[in-house]
Ligand binder design. Structure first.
Ligand SMILES: Cc1cc2nc3c(=O)[nH]c(=O)nc-3n(C[C@H](O)[C@H](O)[C@H](O)COP(=O)(O)O)c2cc1C
Length: 211
């Protein structure tokens, strides 16, 4: 991708716990001047998670971005998960990267085994075959052997396995602090470093000793 070219990003949302992670991802991408377009695909289970965890239901999926972000936006295009003929299902269409957030074990399995029977898994398959960046924000616990093997297969095919595991070394005070730092790390993976991301620079005790 040329330095000056703005990014086109696909965001897949599936039925794993962590709807707030998808909401934060979309919010940060939407307000990022380096991003030209966001294609959003939500599985049926993903829609259920928005409802269960955020109380957001959307009979008309096109209204989902404005309901999630509490502002209207033309930058996010919602695509039906059943539409395996959408532009993002073809490698000839330019998408720079894709994030599946949160990524269920079911979708991980479909991606790891190349079962492209919905738009989320087909778009991810295309990203891998074209050698583009795919980040899977997988979420479940504990993992069984099938999950672990699927992670390895997806990683060996080129995906970044980025479990939704928060860090604590930046001293988070709120859930939003935890979520934001994690999503900052996800966005750094697709070459969208965030100015406010906490970066570890060594132990506090060592810095105090130097001062
Ligand atoms: C409230 C709720 C929470 C769930 N949490 C998870 C989870 O954290 N991880 C996971 O892999 N599946 C989870 N599931 C199960 C998936 O939604 C289910 O396997 C679904 O078929 C995944 O479909 P999808 O990959 O097409 O979105 C959850 C389901 C519900 C209703």
């Amino acid at each position: 991708m040329a330095d000056t070219q703005k990014q086109i990003v696909t965001v897949g949302v599936t039925g794993a716990s962590g709807a707030v992670l998808a909401q934060k991802t979309l919010s940060l991408l939407e307000q990022d001047a380096r991003v030209e377009r966001i294609h959003l695909v939500v599985t049926e289970a993903g829609q259920r998670l928005f409802s269960e965890e955020l109380g957001i239901t959307s009979g008309d999926l096109k209204q989902l971005p404005s309901r999630l972000l509490s502002r209207s936006t033309a930058k996010i295009e919602v695509l039906p998960n059943k539409d395996i003929g959408a532009a993002i299902a073809s490698g000839s269409y330019r998408v720079d990267s894709m994030i599946v957030v949160p990524c269920s074990m079911g979708t991980l399995a479909r991606i790891a085994s190349g079962v492209s029977d919905d738009l989320v898994s087909r778009a991810a398959d295309v990203i891998l075959k074209e050698g583009r960046k795919l980040v899977l924000a997988i979420r479940d616990t504990p993992f069984n052997r099938v999950h672990l093997e699927n992670m390895l297969r997806a990683q060996q095919a080129g995906a970044v396995i980025m479990p939704a595991i928060p860090a604590f070394y930046h001293h988070p005070q709120t859930i939003d602090d935890l979520v934001t730092q994690y999503i900052y790390r996800v966005l750094a993976q697709i070459h969208l470093p965030q100015e406010h991301m906490y970066r570890w620079t060594g132990p506090t005790s060592a810095k105090k000793a130097e001062a």
